[in-house]
Ligand binder design. Structure first.
Ligand code: AMP
Length: 401
């Protein structure tokens, strides 16, 4: 079965076509500036087929973006399928499933109503995600649409991990609680780390460190999430590229009063101008920060130091939460590609019995150990693949219809 995976933002739409018989990517690309001046990229993964990188492609709405995608996929010369009928289903990434969704689901009227109910929880993403779903329904009538939620994997957390110590009525009235995000990534890591380590998955305690532009950690006990660092929104937890992570909530009123700005201004500052960008004043990109720190920029080094320290502290917290840890996994842009960041974090983990092997850490490659042979806790790099999780769920649901 061939599955089209869609990640729709408010003015962009990322897509990937996967052949699920071989679990390989056939083509992928991006529609950008939807509703503005339309930019379209298409990257077929088949030898001899040409890429497209085009500006000024008319895309007033997401529906035209989907049409442009389908046209490219079935193009007689550079397409990768003969006709649209080869697409068995679409899998959509949806940011916030609230407490409504503990797993992926077929999009029907009930599912759409529930996604809408979650709009206040994910005001920037959920409406855009739903727009992508509706556009696909419109352009591909009869093709099953499946919604896969970033929050669903975390719904196994116990109450003590997800209830905030606020008046309980806020949870009851507004479902104000920790939800956690990057769930598809942490679920991929849970499964693949357990396969890689061997042994009984039900007995493994794993800490998944998804370190990218957005970063979150997840404590996985016996394959189930028991705690995670992001919260009601993806702003909580460790500092990120531009997000502050967890800070004393009183900071908000204090800075608003001092600067004469509104809560909305402060929300934007905490989401877009904070994190390692805010501390360093240099960049949100960890490669730029590394370069600047090497050239002696102290605030760039400080931003990196804070990031490593906060990630290491969270790992310690999760080892305590699970009363032990067997494996720690690094994944996503920074986790997969930065030996320096991994080494700096692991400097804090000796007390756990986690010992990094510097030579293995310096190597590149897919799933691999980076700990010494006798390290009690295994350290691993496992490249994440959120699209594959979405596609697998989509196939499972379609097969169960
Ligand atoms: P993601 O959000 O998973 O795509 O990750 C993006 C982040 O990964 C950016 O901050 C990049 O700077 C970072 N990144 C990618 N490659 C490297 C690398 N070789 N060294 C350090 N950071 C990297």
């Amino acid at each position: 079965m061939k599955i089209l995976i869609i990640n729709a933002g408010s003015s962009s739409l990322k897509y990937q076509l996967m052949d699920m018989d071989s679990e390989t990517v056939m083509a992928k690309g991006l529609c950008e500036r939807i509703g503005i001046d339309g930019k379209f990229t298409y990257k077929p993964q088949i030898e001899g087929k040409a890429k497209i990188d085009a500006a000024d492609v008319p895309m007033p709405t997401h529906a035209e973006a989907i049409k442009a995608t389908l046209d490219a996929l079935v193009d007689p010369q550079n397409g990768v399928i003969a006709s649209m009928s080869e697409i068995g289903a679409c899998g959509h990434r949806v940011l916030h499933g609230g407490m409504e969704f503990t797993q992926s689901c077929l999009v029907d009227d009930k599912c759409i109503a529930a996604i809408k109910k979650c709009f206040p929880l994910g005001p920037l993403h959920n409406p855009a995600n739903l727009t992508g779903i509706l556009a696909c329904q419109d352009v591909m009538p009869g093709v099953p649409q499946i919604a896969v939620f970033d929050t669903a994997f975390h719904q196994t957390m116990p109450e003590k991990a997800y209830i905030y110590a606020l008046p309980y009525e806020y949870f009851e009235k507004y479902q104000c609680r920790r939800y956690g995000f990057h769930g598809t990534s942490h679920r991929y890591i849970a499964r693949h780390a357990a396969e890689f380590m061997g042994g009984d998955p039900a007995k493994l305690k794993i800490i998944s460190c998804h370190l990218g532009n957005g970063s979150s950690l997840c404590a996985i006990d016996g394959g189930k999430c028991v705690d995670t660092s992001m919260g009601l929104t993806p702003l909580a937890g460790v500092p990120m590229g531009t997000r502050c992570g967890s800070v004393d909530p009183s900071v908000i009123k204090y800075i608003c009063d001092q600067e004469g700005i509104t809560y909305d201004d402060m929300d934007t500052i905490m989401n877009k101008k904070s994190g390692v960008l805010g501390v360093s004043g240099v960049s949100s990109d960890f490669r730029d920060l590394g370069d600047a720190a090497e050239q002696g920029n102290k605030r760039a080094q400080l931003a990196l130091d804070i990031f490593h320290y906060e990630v290491a502290k969270t790992i310690g917290a999760y080892a305590a939460a699970m009363n032990g840890v067997d494996g720690i996994v690094f994944t996503a842009g920074i986790g997969e590609n930065s030996p320096y960041t991994r080494a700096e974090i692991c400097k804090y983990l000796g007390y756990l019995g986690a010992e990094l092997d510097p030579e293995l850490n310096a190597l590149r490659g897919d799933n691999r150990y980076i700990s010494t042979a006798d390290s009690r806790v295994k350290l691993m790099v496992i490249p994440t693949n959120e699209e594959l999780v979405i596609a697998r769920d989509t196939v499972d649901i379609v097969n169960s219809l």
